[in-house]
Design a protein around this ligand. Structure first.
Ligand code: SF4
Length: 75
């Protein structure tokens, strides 16, 4: 498993539902009604994947920091 993941939120997709921040407040916060990752890189964590999978508009992308492989959301 990779040592680090990169987490990003597409501000053009995010509709400010707050689901991610509610599920994983240690990873996401709402700033001006847009989700913002608290850190660009995180240690691999199921909660980050679950938040990305739960986003209704797939605004959250989680990638392997080394090879950019897409971790979540899945298809
Ligand atoms: S779950 Fe998706 S749409 Fe909702 S605040 Fe988070 S990134 Fe934005």
């Amino acid at each position: 498993m990779s040592a680090a993941w990169r987490v990003s939120v597409d501000p053009h997709r995010c509709i400010g539902s707050g689901i991610c921040a509610g599920m994983a407040p240690e990873h996401f916060q709402l700033v001006d009604d847009l989700s913002t990752p608290l850190a660009d890189q995180v240690a691999p964590a199921d909660l980050v994947v679950e938040a990305a999978e739960s986003c209704p508009v797939e605004a959250i992308l989680v990638r392997d920091a080394t090879d950019q492989r897409l971790i979540a959301p899945g298809s």
